[in-house]
Write a protein of this length. Sequence first.
Length: 369
Amino acid sequence: MRRGPSHLKLTSASCQFAYWNGGELRISNYLARREFSTNPATLEVIRFFLTPRTIAEALVEFRSYSQQSVARTILQLINAELLLEYPSAGWERDQLVSSSWGPWLPEGAFHFMTKNTPTVARAWSKVAKLKTLRATAAPPQFKKTRDAAAVRLPAPEIPRDRFFATLHARRTHREFASGKVSLENVSQLLRTTWGVQGYFESNEFGKLPYKTSPSGGARHPGEVYLVALKVKGLETGIYHYHARHHRLARLPTKANPRLASAYCADQSYFSGAAALFIMTAVFARTMWKYGRARAYRVVLLETGHLCQTFCLTATRLGLAPFSTAALVDSLIEKDLGLDGITESVLYVAGVGLIAGRPPAPRAIVKMTD
Ligand SMILES: Cc1cc2nc3c(=O)[nH]c(=O)nc-3n(C[C@H](O)[C@H](O)[C@H](O)COP(=O)(O)O)c2cc1C
């Protein structure tokens, strides 16, 4: 049975912080990405609702203010999702952040506040962007250490082997030939980048996996999901990769090129790719051992390692790799069935067939002063 409004309980969101901005007090729900300007008295209302209470109780507590102003403040707080119905799905989601991210809060709010790229088309036209950027000088690309003795380095002899050739051949591709990549290549990419290569016995934490990329404490928080668009011998779809058993599990969500581009904040060139590799992190794996927010950096850094390994492997296989951090995280998380809190999207890489001739390996080192 639904309770009437007089029994409705409200409680303050835990995912919130307040700050001063040019003399204005701003209160933000960093999970819901809602914020508004208010006066300091509002903080008292928020404190009152740290314990779930009814509106009637608030009117009694704040009887020195007019009922109208208290009601207006409560309404504003509800609209900004700073007061949540208790209990409710919204409240449960809010609680999931404090229960699963507790050790990394409040700094971990950064993760939630920077989700979901606004697409350039919607937020900022390319012309407007260029105009704004050109209005200020770009910072120097290289740092010159003044008053320091220069030490000349020998002209490097770079071995002309496959490893160095691969390093220098890697480029970000945004055009792809229309054919399919082989399942064998997809398997090689998954195995090399995200597969478990073996296990080692650690002194205190038992058997730990190792992969081709380093991982802080060998916690390996990364997971990967394959969006197969043009893979020979594999149905178009979205799959989770099981790193231990080197196999795929098909998810119910359907995949198509338009969706792939939507995931990448409407960057249409990636709709021509054959496969996307969506990198996520299960934060608890790292947080369990490293209970300080600095370890959030570790998770991000590791995703970079994985991506570089992916790009180099793809290059060595003669494929056209790319990576993008411009993502619509919430859309991807919904399609992957993730809550976006305990496991969240961080980075996307992809491959296609090289359009035209493979890019020639560049001159190995060209030194300029
Ligand atoms: C973290 C990260 C995010 C990137 N995001 C995008 C992106 O959103 N769209 C894109 O086209 N390229 C993206 N790139 C690729 C860069 O634009 C590219 O690396 C750069 O232009 C240099 O070219 P190169 O990779 O061929 O050396 C990203 C690269 C990195 C490392």
